[in-house]
Each structure stands twice: as structure tokens, then as C-alpha cells.
Design a binder for this molecule. Structure first.
Ligand code: NAD
Length: 366
């Protein structure tokens, strides 16, 4: 019986609520498929600060390092907002986790089922079949990590802050390889998004992507787009993209835009894959919902657990190589939602169910 070893970092506010349901769905499917789940829960984010004095406790990092993948909830919220920026849960937990495990490739599917087009702010006639695109975001380079990153007081008393945007060719090549693999599994179309008319890093980005695709994947139809145009095109006609790849900050912004046009953060998950392999020889990765901790609805039992459940599917696909099981979970989520069981975020004023009932409906479709 294959044993799946992973760390469970539920985090804060709705994090533990949706994680409980995701694990219940996972246990159910594991029993059906003859899989043994060997997971260890650990504190992260605000829970890490409260219980260990640190957003990413050493004990949590150790548990992650001994696992084949990380199933992540979300971190942060009003309780810790007054802490200095460097100690805030997202910055002090998520960014170091990405850096520590070199989780350089963020794969975020932007999926809106045809039956849920009403949930999108885009007019239904523009997306009659829903949305089905993928954003590939470079996750460990660019402005968020480049040094110097500091605020100083100048001799004249003015205050100056600096962030540094750095990209190396090797970093661009490895994210391009991930984008190629994703494009190959879909329509063989890839759009690279940059700001090559202004930024030096983008000039290198465009040149490297062009050369890498020409050399390693000439069958891929590659196009380029400036990021400001991409932001417009995404709301105008999202399905023109299929797969797009971009650097860290552009990807942060565009992937959130993608989330909103797909109807709800509660439906979208993402995979962050590392440069290292796990004990199975597959990419070590972190799998999480696209949204945050939703403090506004925490404790009410109404959070949508679909994104967390879909992140289990991504973990099965990428870090455990269990494509068939992943597809079964995705199909069960789709069936449950499209046959009418919906949490408030996607119920369009109709009757909505709570977090647990949503997971029950998914289990019933497995
Ligand atoms: P958010 O994503 O938590 O919430 C934005 C809106 O989406 C809210 O109205 C919320 O109710 C809704 N929403 C999000 N997930 C939902 C779900 N599963 N079901 C139903 N509705 C859902 O963004 P925010 O309010 O800007 O941030 C709240 C906290 O989360 C902040 O502290 C922020 O730093 C943190 N955050 C963490 C992560 C992460 O851990 N990866 C990501 C984003 C934000």
C-alpha cells in the first residue's frame, strides 16, 4: 500500500476550517484507492507566532523537510497586523518557506466551470464556456527577494526605500521549462508576459524564453505580451491565453486578477514546485488555496473548502505522481458544485451550504 508522507500546515482563521474538510475528503479517497496517509500537522503563520514565538518555527521546518510535500492552508490576519512587517505571518512564513525549499514555480490554474459563469465579473457572453487557463509564476526571484531591500534616512533627512529586481538566465530557463511542460499537456500555446520596453530584467526574460523555447520546444506556439496589456487582455478575453508565464511580481498581480475573474478565491488552488526532488523522485512542492485566511468569514462554518480540496489534487498529481486520483477529486468537486451544492461565495444569492456540507457533497461524488 503506497504511503503518502506530507506536512499539514493549516495556518490561521479559515485555514484550519477548510483544512479539516480537505483531510476528510483525502482520507475518504485514500481508503477507496488503497493509499496510506502519513501526515504531520504543524503550526505556521500566526499560529506559529502564538505557540512558538516565530511564524515559521524550526520544528515546522523540520517536519516539512522530512516530508515529500506540504499541504498548506493560509496565514495572517488582523491579530498580527500590528507586528513589524518583517515579522508578519505571510512575509515571515511563506516567503522563507518558498526560499528554503527553492519553490520557484507557481502553477495556478484559473478554472471557472461553465455552470458558474454568473460568479465572474466578466459578462457571460464573453466566457460562454467558462474559463480554463493556467498562470505560471516565477516565485523565488525578482523584487520580492532581490537585495538590497532596505529603508534608510538620507543625510538631508529624507527617507528612501529600495527594492531590487534581479533575474538570472538560469532562473528564467527553469521556469520556462515548467511552462513548456504545462503548455505541452494542454494546447501547446504559451504567452510570456514581461515589461521588456522598460525593464532590463524583462529584456533578459524575453530573450531567454525565446531562445529556450526555440531550442527545447519548437512545437510550442510562443507569444510575448507586455504586462500592462496582459492585465487588460485577461479581463477582455481570458481564454486567449491558455498558459502564460511571468516573473514574480507580475505573476502575483495577474494571478489575483485571474482569481477574481474566475468567480471566487474559494475555488482556486495552486502548486509551488521546488528545484529539489522528494523521496519518490518527484518535485517537492507546496500546495495551497489561492485565497488568504478570510478573517471576515472565519468561525462561521461558511468558507468554501473547494480550493483546499483541489490543492490536495494538485499535490497528488505533482508530488506523488497519482494523476488518476487527482483527476477523480477534481471531477468530484466539479460534479458537486455544478449539480447545485455551493457555498455562499458562489451561490449567487441562492441557497448555500456550509463548509462541511460542501465537503460531504464532494465525498458523495467520489
Ligand atoms: P482573502 O483572500 O483572505 O479574502 C478576500 C475575500 O475573499 C474575502 O471576502 C474572503 O471572505 C473571500 N474568501 C477568501 N477565501 C475564501 C473561501 N475559501 N471561501 C469563501 N470566501 C473566501 O484576502 P484578504 O482579506 O486580503 O487577506 C486576509 C489575510 O490573509 C491577510 O492577513 C493576508 O495577508 C492573508 N493572506 C494570506 C495568503 C496566504 O497565506 N497564502 C494569501 C493572501 C492573503
Amino acid at each position: 500500500m503506497p504511503t503518502l508522507k506530507f506536512a499539514v500546515l493549516a495556518g490561521d482563521y479559515i485555514g484550519p476550517e477548510v483544512m479539516t474538510e480537505a483531510l476528510r475528503v483525502f482520507e475518504h479517497v485514500a481508503k477507496q484507492e488503497g493509499l496510506t496517509l502519513a501526515y504531520t500537522k504543524a503550526d505556521v503563520g500566526g499560529a506559529g507566532i502564538d505557540n512558538h514565538g516565530k511564524a515559521l518555527p524550526d520544528s515546522t521546518l523540520k517536519i516539512c523537510a522530512e516530508s515529500d510535500a506540504i499541504l498548506f492552508g493560509s496565514v495572517g490576519g488582523p491579530k498580527w497586523e500590528k507586528l513589524p512587517p518583517k515579522e508578519q505571518p505571510e512575509r515571515a512564513a511563506l516567503l522563507p518557506l518558498r526560499k528554503h525549499f527553492t519553490l520557484f514555480a507557481n502553477i495556478r490554474p484559473g478554472l471557472l466551470y461553465r455552470e458558474l459563469t454568473d460568479a465572474s465579473p466578466i459578462k457571460t457572453e464573453r466566457i460562454p464556456d467558462g474559463i480554463d487557463i493556467v498562470c505560471i509564476r516565477e516565485l523565488t526571484g525578482g523584487l520580492y527577494f532581490g537585495l538590497p531591500k532596505e529603508t534608510t534616512t538620507l543625510p538631508n533627512g529624507d527617507v528612501q526605500s529600495v527594492d531590487t529586481m534581479i533575474y538570472r538566465k538560469s532562473e528564467i530557463e527553469r521556469i520556462t521549462a515548467t511552462a513548456i511542460a504545462t503548455a505541452r499537456s494542454r494546447k501547446k500555446k504559451l504567452c510570456s508576459v514581461d515589461k521588456a520596453n522598460v525593464l532590463e530584467t524583462s529584456v533578459l526574460w524575453r530573450k531567454t524564453v525565446t531562445e529556450y523555447v526555440a531550442k527545447h520546444a519548437p512545437e510550442i506556439e510562443l507569444s510575448h505580451m507586455y504586462v500592462d496589456n496582459a492585465a487588460m487582455q485577461l479581463v477582455r478575453s481570458p481564454n486567449q491565453f491558455d498558459v502564460f508565464v511571468t516573473e514574480n511580481m507580475f505573476g502575483d498581480i495577474l494571478s489575483d486578477e485571474m482569481a477574481v475573474i474566475c468567480g471566487s478565491l474559494g475555488m482556486l488552488s495552486s502548486a509551488s514546485l521546488g528545484a529539489t526532488k522528494n523521496s519518490l523522485g518527484l518535485p517537492f512542492g507546496l500546495f495551497e488555496p489561492a485565497g488568504g485566511t478570510a478573517p471576515d468569514i472565519a468561525g462561521k462554518g461558511i468558507a468554501n473548502p473547494c480550493a483546499q480540496i483541489l490543492s490536495v489534487a494538485l499535490m497528488l498529481r505533482f508530488s506523488f505522481g497519482l494523476e488518476k486520483v487527482a483527476t477523480r477529486i477534481e471531477a468530484a468537486v466539479k460534479k458537486a458544485v455544478t449539480s447545485g451544492t455551493r457555498t455562499g461565495d458562489i451561490a449567487f444569492g441562492g441557497k448555500s451550504v456550509g463548509t462541511k456540507a460542501m465537503a460531504d457533497a464532494i465525498i458523495a461524488n467520489l
